[in-house]
Write a protein that binds this ligand. Structure first.
Ligand SMILES: Cc1cc2nc3c(=O)[nH]c(=O)nc-3n(C[C@H](O)[C@H](O)[C@H](O)COP(=O)(O)OP(=O)(O)OC[C@H]3O[C@@H](n4cnc5c(N)ncnc54)[C@H](O)[C@@H]3O)c2cc1C
Length: 473
């Protein structure tokens, strides 16, 4: 197996998009097979060497950044093993990127529906964080599309877990004793009565084992889609528009994505054709079917006009190149904000909160009350998956004092979301920078329950140390 101890090479693997600094490792494994993974685990277990798993390093919470020990990067585990057109599934190695999976599926007339925006991310990283994207509104998160996982444990055992197969209690283990929020969720270990063992590993952020093979479900490719970005004269009108559109419960709508005033201002430097004077935007994608094709344009136009949208200002995505431009516009948000974090040398301070639909307005008004009224000078943007009541509020402090203020505000958001039955992480995970938020959600008792499960699979506590929760000293 390839092993590197050259610090110049290792240096290239010490960052992700959290901007968390100070990572270091003594060596790097680059496995090319499951047997290599097993060998690395054996070596680390025998010496109790901490081992951190990294993949495409696009995570936002420092999960792949090592603080000592060795790193294992999955970039060479990049094969699509099978793609079964008839059975609508694929078996892949963990280092295959979303881009590669989506292209291979499209070639076979199929779709891998979870739709995280960052297409260079790997499927292994997506499984570890239970990633999701805009289309999660219609199709669910990564968890919903995982049919089978192979997981390599520090003991050398390789689990082969099928959905609907082995249960957690088959290993004489009990589920954690907390109730998960009834929203999309990537905060801490999954827990549900009678749960499948596979669900414990999805979203476990590599703390229990290394995912070494993945079977994903595929759906028929979308027929035609209609995409539109609509611009609103106020944020309130945009939010109310989405709530009314969602209430129709039209399952041909793939996503609703949101851009607040500051997001649009931030993007103006690259997208100068954003209409003047607008204060919010919503990006919608809908599948065109035999049933809606005659009416969908009029239906949207009617509803958008009700919320004071100038139809002539809307950006339409009817052809492939237009759709690509709209996708780039959406993807530019995290790219721009991540650049700003880098420029300011500031750790990422971003919420990943989702709340139940009937609480979304209350949460939104709370954001505004705190940000627009109490902390007007701090730069922030609110954007994201409004279809699932899931916005990212990114705060960009410029100095030490603003950083303290931003942390204070973020914690207030977290407490408010928990009080409304929401989650503190809907898709990015907890990693190494959101431990306090998880404690708000499940308390120390819940975290102790996770530690109990970790000890069952990783008794020497070597894997992905301090991801999700801090290990006891
Ligand atoms: C511009 C941008 C946009 C983004 N948009 C989205 C979005 O829409 N939705 C979303 O959910 N996320 C998004 N992200 C975050 C990121 O892409 C996801 O968290 C992704 O799942 C990380 O995958 P990765 O391959 O980069 O993993 P890494 O960042 O390398 O690792 C992430 C975590 O997974 C663990 N891990 C990786 N591989 C394995 C494995 N084989 N076995 C066990 N553990 C493993 C790592 O240890 C780490 O804890 C975005 C990031 C960026 C930079």
């Amino acid at each position: 197996m390839l092993k590197k101890t050259d610090q110049d090479i290792i240096k290239g693997h010490l960052e992700d998009s959290s901007n968390l600094q100070g990572g270091h490792a003594d060596g790097l494994y680059l496995p090319e097979s499951e047997a290599d993974i097993k060998e690395a685990l054996k070596e680390c277990s025998s010496k109790k060497t901490p081992l951190t798993i990294s993949a495409a390093e696009t995570g936002t919470t420092g999960g792949c950044i090592p603080f000592g020990g060795w790193l294992l990067n999955t970039q060479k585990l990049n094969k699509i093993i099978t793609l079964d057109k008839q059975g609508k599934f694929a078996v892949v190695q963990p280092g295959v990127t979303l881009e590669e999976i989506e292209a291979a599926a499209a070639k076979a007339g199929l779709l891998y529906p979870p739709d995280p925006t960052e297409k260079t991310a790997t499927i292994g990283g997506n499984v570890a964080t239970n990633a999701s994207g805009g289309r999660g509104y219609r199709f669910g998160a990564t968890r919903d599309w995982i049919r089978r996982l192979k997981v390599s444990l520090p003991s050398g055992e390789i689990l082969d877990l099928k959905r609907g197969g082995q249960k957690l209690n088959n290993r004489k283990l009990e589920q954690p004793n907390y109730a998960m929020p009834k929203t999309k969720n990537s905060a801490g270990y999954y827990s549900s009565p009678g749960m499948d063992l596979i669900d414990l590993f999805i979203g476990a952020e590599g703390t229990l084992g290394i995912v070494s093979e993945i079977e994903i479900g595929l759906a028929p490719a979308l027929k035609e889609t209609f995409d539109v970005v609509a611009f609103f004269p106020s944020e309130g009108l945009a939010v109310d528009f989405v709530l009314e559109a969602k209430a129709k419960n039209d399952r041909t709508v793939n996503f609703f994505e949101y851009f607040d005033t500051n997001t649009l201002e931030m993007l103006r430097s690259s997208f100068s054709h954003i209409p003047a004077g607008v204060k919010a935007a919503v990006y919608i994608e809908q599948e065109i079917t035999a049933k809606n094709q005659a009416t969908y344009l009029d239906d949207w136009a009617g509803l958008l006009e009700k919320y004071q949208v100038n139809i002539d200002d809307c950006w339409l995505g009817l052809e492939a190149s237009q759709k690509e431009d709209l996708f780039k516009f959406r993807h530019a948000i995290p790219e721009h904000i991540n650049e700003l974090y880098k420029k300011h040398g500031s750790i990422k301070l971003a919420t990943d909160i989702a709340v139940p639909t009937d609480k979304f307005k209350e949460m939104y008004e709370y954001y505004d009350r705190l940000l627009a009224t109490n902390y007007r000078l701090l730069f922030y943007i609110k954007f994201g998956h409004i279809g699932e009541n899931h916005l990212h509020v990114n705060l960009l402090p410029k100095n030490g004092e603003e950083t303290r203020t931003a942390k204070e505000i973020t914690m207030k958001f977290v407490k408010k979301a928990v009080s409304l039955g929401g989650t503190v992480s809907a898709e990015h995970g907890i990693g190494k920078i959101k431990h306090d938020y998880l404690r708000e959600l499940y308390g120390q008792t819940g975290i102790n329950e996770m530690l109990r499960l970790k000890k069952a699979f990783d008794p020497d506590l070597i894997l992905n140390q301090n991801n999700i929760y801090k290990l006891p000293q």
